[in-house]
Each structure stands twice: as structure tokens, then as C-alpha cells.
Design a binder for this molecule. Structure first.
Ligand code: SF4
Ligand code: SF4
Ligand code: SF4
Ligand code: FES
Length: 735
């Protein structure tokens, strides 16, 4: 319960929450107190002494970032002595700092530059020769210029607290202290998220992709949503001269606050790649050759009509990518069902989450649900630091800021999650048994046998849930089939008047849930179906060979006709009869739905080159070629209106609402009556079939198992390809 107290700042009375840091209270009241080392929700460091204020009845000036508000406090933030003290601090910081702002990458958006101009002296007091230090590369992604470092320790604290990597430290003492990486030679071995760069107030830490490429006034920022994992971070894409030059976190108002992972920060420059598809290709005499849009669309339309006439509409399968926007997936679903008339409409997914949503009995947990208030967090399976890094950030935040209880059930000890968490180490593949233990207390003996946990441990786990008043269960992709239905049913089993339950599925792609919501819910054809009863494939942004392996290579070779919409020439596209060049997420408007069911905007940040078109426009053109005018409106914004009228859960969602709230959570219908007997029978059968002889795994997953994974988009980012030695992609270094 917050207690409000009366304080006086610069002669005016305010009420403020007792115990809050004075600096934060001043910021909230709009009273600016200069600061360097303070950073929101990081432990105070009191390193820079820029935030000095006078507090009545205390002899010395105090650092506002460390003083907590008390009742009756009388504070002065501006006076001659304070101005003098600040000038002294700026002088001191500049004593060995290069005074060459026009040469520095941070020039124009540097906090020290601003402080010097606003609070510093016109003439410095220190005349000593500066001790020059060369800059060097800490990692393929990050450079350090030690002489520019002002020793605010933000980078170290961010790495410790936000990322859990503890990869940065400090060498030496006093003015000779130096930031160093965790490797023996002082460089970095870490997840390369770049959050340390983002919070560095000066040009000491810089990103390899952006340094010396643009000034802030040369670039235009567009707020959009990350195109990688299902957590759905908001980011700003900076564009200069028609090229994406960097991505950075939006500000504190996105669902990710100010966090981004490696992929979200450094994985966007595939958009600029010279390897992007520029023009349509059609197969002539066995070779894919450039063609006009009219020829390509005409060929697609006529072949689809022929195949429908000969083999029936159900001989055509349409597959979309869970990376596409809701708007594209919505149109693709209508194209498949209404224009072609096939039931074969699905999306490429690495995990089938349909059972979970078919049995959903509790609301989905947002990142904010995880981070706000004290609660119990149960993580079953998954590897959030590698595959859902924002969720990992939120779990750390919840433990650190609120003292939440984090219980991890996993077949491997996970790194980069709080040490305070409780770990239940289970046999690989036995996650379904754990779900059985949570639903059926009478099964604990059988579950103990499968999971390698004791009955006492399982009892303790159940007690932890019983003791909780606010429970979030985070479910990894190791949970499948009936166990996934059981995970969906956890709300019905554990929610009471006293206990709130929310669930978060660790889906993989940025719009995995949107793909289900937009109706791409059919079964995926098996490779054997291709050439047998499936004669044609309409593939939008998918590469089944890459996702599912060589069996699809043979399958594609048997298809009579394949259409591919793509950004790049993929292995699958090489089998196509027509390849149509599509626009990327940075070149279109639309929305993504994250794993919490929150709809967020995707905004066009730059013009697309070549003859590319948005996928939904291409689909409408093909439909028109087939003689069907599609019943969808003509812009992404208007399509959201369609979806808000027709897609369950999306009722009433508008751009205005998303712009005002940032992320709008869809309303999911919850299952009221769980068929418990049937569900438990199927779950027990699933558990009975589990392998009880699998060896326990004691090694944590490798750093980069998910983050450094190669994919169609990311392999076309020059920095990534160089960092990870991805030779063999069709990369050319950009000028
Ligand atoms: S890049 Fe990320 S993990 Fe590496 S040192 Fe910086 S904050 Fe830590
Ligand atoms: S490198 Fe940047 S963030 Fe880190 S201590 Fe130096 S100035 Fe601060
Ligand atoms: S955590 Fe996920 S959504 Fe956020 S930046 Fe990383 S990949 Fe993108
Ligand atoms: S911001 Fe208070 S000491 Fe640095």
C-alpha cells in the first residue's frame, strides 16, 4: 500500500509516495534534475554526482538518485551552490574526455554534450594533457571507446539486471577504472543484445552496424513491432536514404519498456539486402526468368483455374508464414477458402498450439502481468533467454522488483534467469507428466516415476501453487498434444476467487497467434500428399524445405504447380513455377498479435524498391485474374476494420485504440466446461507412452542456441552473417 507524504521542492508543496527515490519523484513532477548514472529501474549507483540537491537540515548536498522521499522533506534543486557543484562535476567528467563531438558517433544525441552545454562551464578547468586510449571491438556487434566512458556503470547494471548475462565488469580503480568484457582478453562473450549500447549516455559503447553511418538529424524513426519472436517488442526503425540503419527500443511505453534482444536490435537490415527479390519470375524451359506482373499474375490465375477444373479446389493447398501481418493472413485465408475454395489453408509452425487454445480456460498473461505485483511464476519447459528474450527479461524483472517467486520446471538447467528461482529438474520429454501432476493429485506416483522428481517434490510444487494468489504459468513448446490441452485447462483447475491464473504460451514467431486467429488453422499437408491428392501449392513467405527438411524437397518436385511469394530466393522458391516479390514488414502497414494476444501496429518505415508489392495486394490481383473480386477493403487500416467486424476476439479494435494504448489485448472466449474425464484419460495415455529411460541432461543449453540461429531473414543481415560466419548465403557486402 503506497503511503503518500508531503514534501516541498523549490518552494512548492507536493505529495509523493514515501520511500521513492527523490530523483524519480522530481521527474514525475516535471522538475528536471540533471543525471548521468541514474537509470529507471536499475539499482542506484551514485557515480556521477550530477543530481546533487540541497535537503533542508542536511549539511552536505545530496544525490537525488539515492535519497528516498520522507514526510516533510524540503528540497532545493536549483541554487548557486548547486549550479557550481554541477559545473564542477561536468568539468571533472570532461577532464580526460575527448572534446571532439563532431568526430564522435554519439554527437547530436549525447547526454554529456547536452549536460556540458546546459550545465557546464564555457572554459574547462583542467589543462592537463589527455590520456588517449584507442577504441576497440568488444564483440562483432559492439565497440568500446574507453576514453569516452564516463564510468556511469549503466552498461554493467543493464547487463546484470535486464539481461542476466553479467558479461561486463570494471577493471582498475578510480579515474583509471575501465569497462571490460568477460573474456580473458577483455572482449565479450555474451548474447550481444546491445542493451548496454542503448543505455550508454555517451559515445563509449557503439553498435557496429550504426556507428558513423548517420546523425540523428539525418534519420527518420518509425515505431513498429519486431518481426522475430512472439513476445512482440516495440522498436524504432531508423531509416536513412531509404535504408534501415538501426533499430532501438521505443521508449519506456512499449510492452518491452526499453529492452530489445539481438534479433530485434541487429536483425533488421535484411530489408536493405541487394539479394531481395525485385521482379516476378516465371519458369520457362525449366528456368526461372524475369517476367512482368501481368504475365506472372495471368499465369498463376490460369493455372490455378485449370488445376481446380481438373482435380478440384481441394487439390490446392495454401500455406502462410507466421511472420506475415494479420492483414495478409486474413486475406490469404479468404483467398484460400472463398476464391479457391480449398480447406487446405494452414501456416508453417514449429509447434502445434491449437490444442492449447481449444482448451483455454484462463486469460493470456501479458508481459506487464508478469512484471506487475508480487506473484508466483511457473515456467514449464521452454528456454526464454534464447527463444523469448522479452519474457526472460520480464521474469527477471518480476523477481528483482517485486520479489515474485519463480519456479522453473525444465529438462535442462537454464542460464540467465534469477538465481533465486526454484528449479525442478525433470527427465527430458516428461513435461506432459508434470501437467498431469498439476491436474490430478492421485497421479503423483506415476508422475514421479516418469519425471525423476520425488513425490515430495511434486507435492511441494503443488503447494507452491496452492499458496499463490496470483499465478502465471508460462508454457514451453515441449508440452504437446493432450498435455497442451491440460495446460490450457490449468485456469479451470487452479483459479479460485482468491487466486488469479493467467497463461502464457511460448510461441515462436512474431505472429504465430495471429496466424491461428486469422483462420490458418487447417492441417498441414504431409509431404506424401503432395503430388498425390495435393497438386498445387500456394506458398506465402514460407520455405518448407528449410523448416521441415529434405522430405519436402521431394514433395515439391512432385507438385504440378507452385506459387511462392518471397523476399529472397529460397530453396523452396527454386522449385516454384512463379515467384512473386513481396514487401517486408518494414515496407507495409498492418498488425501482429503476440503470444499474449495483444495486437500491435506494424508501420511502414520506408519505400520498397523494385517492383515488389504487399502480399495482400498480390492475392487480390490473382483473385481478380481468376475472375473473383475479393470481399476485402483496400488498405491495411480498412482491413483491420474488416477484422474487427469478423474475427472473434478482435471486435472493435482500431488504429486509434492501438495508438492510444500501444497494445490491445484480444478477448478470447474461455472454455467453460472442461471434459475432465476424457482429458485426463488422454493425458494419462500420453504419459504412459513416455520414455522413462532417457538420460538426465545436466548441461545448460548453449549460448546462442536460439538467438544465433540462422534463418531466411537474418542470414541476409551483413553484420549477422559476418559475426556468425554464415558463408554460403547469397550475401554481398553493401557499399
Ligand atoms: S550486449 Fe547485452 S549481454 Fe552483451 S554485454 Fe551488452 S548488455 Fe550484456
Ligand atoms: S561504457 Fe557507457 S554506459 Fe558503460 S560506464 Fe562507460 S559511459 Fe557508462
Ligand atoms: S525479444 Fe522477441 S520481440 Fe523482442 S526484440 Fe527479441 S525477437 Fe524481437
Ligand atoms: S545520477 Fe545521481 S549520482 Fe549519478
Amino acid at each position: 500500500m503506497t503511503e503518500w507524504v508531503n514534501i516541498t521542492i523549490d518552494g512548492k508543496s507536493y505529495s509523493a509516495p514515501r520511500g521513492r527515490y527523490l530523483l524519480e519523484v522530481c521527474e514525475e513532477l516535471g522538475i528536471y534534475v540533471p543525471n548521468f548514472c541514474y537509470y529507471y529501474k536499475l539499482p542506484p549507483q551514485a557515480a556521477c554526482r550530477m543530481c546533487l540537491v540541497r535537503i533542508e537540515n542536511i549539511r552536505k548536498l545530496q544525490t537525488a538518485c539515492t535519497v528516498r522521499v520522507q514526510d516533510g522533506m524540503v528540497v532545493t534543486t536549483n541554487s548557486d551552490e548547486i549550479i557550481q557543484a554541477r559545473q564542477g562535476m561536468v568539468d571533472f567528467i570532461l577532464a580526460n574526455h575527448p572534446l571532439d563531438c563532431p568526430m564522435c558517433d554519439k554527437g547530436g544525441e549525447c547526454e554529456l554534450q547536452y549536460m556540458s552545454l546546459t550545465y557546464g562551464n564555457l572554459f574547462g578547468r583542467y589543462m592537463e594533457t589527455k590520456e588517449h586510449r584507442d577504441e576497440y571491438q568488444l564483440s562483432p556487434f559492439i565497440w568500446l571507446d574507453p576514453q569516452r566512458c564516463i564510468l556511469c556503470y549503466r552498461c554493467i547494471r543493464v547487463c546484470d539486471e535486464w539481461v542476466g548475462d553479467h558479461a561486463l565488469g570494471v577493471l582498475g580503480r578510480g579515474a583509471h577504472s575501465e569497462i571490460i568484457g568477460n573474456k580473458r582478453d577483455g572482449t565479450l562473450e555474451c548474447e550481444n543484445c546491445g542493451n548496454c549500447v542503448e543505455v550508454c549516455p555517451v559515445g563509449a559503447l557503439t553498435s557496429a552496424n550504426f556507428r558513423f553511418r548517420a546523425r540523428p538529424w539525418d534519420i527518420e524513426d518509425t515505431i513498429t513491432t519486431c518481426t522475430y519472436c512472439a513476445d512482440g517488442c516495440q522498436l524504432k526503425l531508423s531509416v536513412r536514404d531509404g535504408k534501415v540503419v538501426r533499430a532501438w527500443a521505443k521508449d519506456m511505453t512499449g510492452i518491452n519498456m526499453e529492452f530489445l534482444c539481438l534479433k530485434g536490435r541487429y536483425g533488421n537490415e535484411f530489408v536493405n539486402s541487394p539479394d531481395r527479390m525485385h521482379a516476378p519470375l516465371v519458369r520457362r524451359d525449366g528456368r526461372l526468368e524475369p517476367a512482368s506482373w501481368d504475365e506472372a499474375i495471368g499465369l498463376v490465375a490460369s493455372r490455378l483455374k485449370e488445376i481446380t477444373a481438373t482435380h478440384g479446389a481441394e487439390s490446392i493447398a495454401c500455406l502462410g508464414s507466421p511472420r506475415l501481418t494479420n492483414e495478409v493472413l486474413y486475406v490469404l485465408n479468404k483467398f484460400a477458402r472463398d476464391v479457391i475454395g480449398t480447406p487446405w489453408i494452414s501456416h508453417i509452425a514449429e509447434h502445434d498450439w491449437r490444442p492449447f487454445f481449444n482448451m483455454l480456460t484462463a486469460p493470456l498473461a501479458t508481459q506487464n502481468d508478469i512484471r506487475s505485483g508480487k506473484k508466483t511464476l511457473l515456467l514449464i519447459g521452454g528456454n526464454p533467454p534464447e527463444y523469448n528474450p522479452l519474457t526472460a527479461y520480464s521474469l527477471r524483472y518480476a523477481v528483482r522488483e517485486n520479489g515474485s517467486r519463480l519456479i522453473i520446471v525444465n529438462a535442462r538447467p537454464l542460464g540467465r534467469l534469477p538465481e533465486e528461482s526454484e528449479f525442478f529438474h525433470i527427465r527430458p520429454g516428461s513435461e506432459p507428466a508434470l501437467l498431469l501432476a498439476l491436474l490430478d493429485e492421485s497421479s503423483l506416483n506415476a508422475v514421479a516415476d516418469v519425471t525423476n522428481l520425488s513425490v515430495e517434490q511434486l507435492g511441494a510444487l503443488r503447494r507452491a501453487l496452492e499458496e499463490s494468489e496470483d499465478l502465471v504459468v508460462v508454457i514451453g513448446p515441449e508440452v504437446s498434444g493432450a498435455a497442451l490441452e491440460a495446460a490450457g485447462a490449468l485456469g479451470a483447475r487452479w483459479a479460485t476467487e482468491r487466486r488469479r491464473v493467467r497463461l502464457l504460451p511460448l510461441m515462436r514467431f512474431n505472429n504465430s497467434l495471429g496466424a491461428l486467429d486469422m483462420g490458418l488453422t487447417g492441417d498441414l499437408p504431409a509431404p506424401e500428399d503432395i503430388g498425390a491428392h495435393i497438386k498445387a501449392l500456394y506458398l506465402v513467405g514460407v520455405d518448407p524445405i528449410r523448416t521441415y527438411g529434405d522430405r519436402w524437397r521431394e514433395a515439391l518436385a512432385r507438385a504440378e504447380f507452385i506459387v511462392v511469394h518471397e523476399l529472397f530466393m529460397t530453396e523452396t522458391a527454386e522449385y516454384a513455377h512463379v515467384v512473386l516479390p513481396a514487401m517486408s514488414f518494414a515496407e507495409i502497414d498492418g498488425t501482429f498479435t503476440n503470444n499474449a494476444g495483444q495486437v500491435q501496429r506494424v508501420r511502414r518505415a520506408l519505400e520498397s524498391g523494385g517492383e515488389r508489392r504487399p502480399d495482400w495486394v498480390i492475392l487480390r490481383l490473382v483473385a481478380k485474374g481468376m475472375g473473383v473480386e475479393m470481399d476485402v477493403r483496400g488498405s491495411a487500416m480498412a482491413m483491420l476494420k474488416d477484422m474487427a467486424e469478423r474475427v472473434p476476439g478482435y471486435e472493435g479494435i482500431t488504429y486509434e485504440q492501438i495508438d492510444a494504448e500501444g497494445a490491445v489485448q484480444t478477448h478470447r472466449a474461455l472454455v467453460k466446461e472442461v471434459p475432465w474425464d476424457d482429458l485426463l484419460d488422454r493425458l494419462k495415455a500420453q504419459v504412459a507412452a513416455l520414455d522413462r529411460d532417457r538420460d538426465m541432461i545436466t548441461e545448460p543449453p548453449a549460448l546462442g542456441a536460439g538467438l544465433f540461429e540462422r534463418g531466411t531473414l537474418i542470414e541476409h543481415v551483413p553484420l549477422m552473417a559476418r559475426a556468425f560466419g554464415w558463408n554460403g548465403s547469397r550475401l554481398k557486402d553493401e557499399p
